[in-house]
Design a protein around this ligand. Sequence first.
Ligand SMILES: [Zn+2]
Ligand SMILES: [Zn+2]
Length: 254
Amino acid sequence: MALTQLPIQDLLAENKEHACEGCGEEGVCVRIVSIAELPTRFGDFQIVAFENNKDGKDHIAIVRGDVTGAENVAVRLHSECLTGDALGSLRCDCRDQLEAALTAIGRLERGIVLYLRQEGRGIGLKNKIRAYALQDYGMDTVEANLALGFRDDERDYAVAAHMLASLKVKSIQLMTNNPRKINDLQRLGVNVAGRLPHILPANPHNEFYLRTKAEKSGHMFDLRDFKGKSHLQEQSDRPVVKGMTEKQVQALQD
Ligand SMILES: [Zn+2]
Ligand SMILES: [Zn+2]
């Protein structure tokens, strides 16, 4: 059962007055501003809109079931990618990752996708397209990734941690392939009771992951499709595709 009108009104009233020291070093404080029904092709959800005191961006939570006061709520952190999520770009695998999360959570009684509005790892859409263009002109993966900008991880997690607190989630099962993310969230006060591996179904679009090999010496997992073009990693953790070998999965975490 989703949140009903009365608790929604209470939550909105509380949030209207909410102000706190905030999460993380930057003191990020978020507030719920509105909650609405969101039926989707992945199941019925509610969409929760937040405002915050730092970046003026409207971060959202896509919520399945009543998560207030709930334990072991499945949670996926997803960073916005207009080209992937909305346009189906194959330069990244963001849409596959988002759909896999919504499909998995849509089958559960409760769960949350936190949709964080940090396009192109926080550098914005315009600059992300610039990085794509640099790649088109032959820049290598590392250079293009540098141009794309590294994510300010600390802030991502601070926003996410506060959003979960605003939703009164007691504990979560984090959908990630990176066990280290658990510590990051815990440091910010989130009770992470466990980890759910985030596994993408194999399809022609993510086949390039299956063809990659872990480099013996390096820690980079170089993602190339069969035409030899590299793929930018835009989400903060690397996807596991059904069919990957143990060794490949392990290499993602090193
Ligand atoms: Zn706050
Ligand atoms: Zn993307």
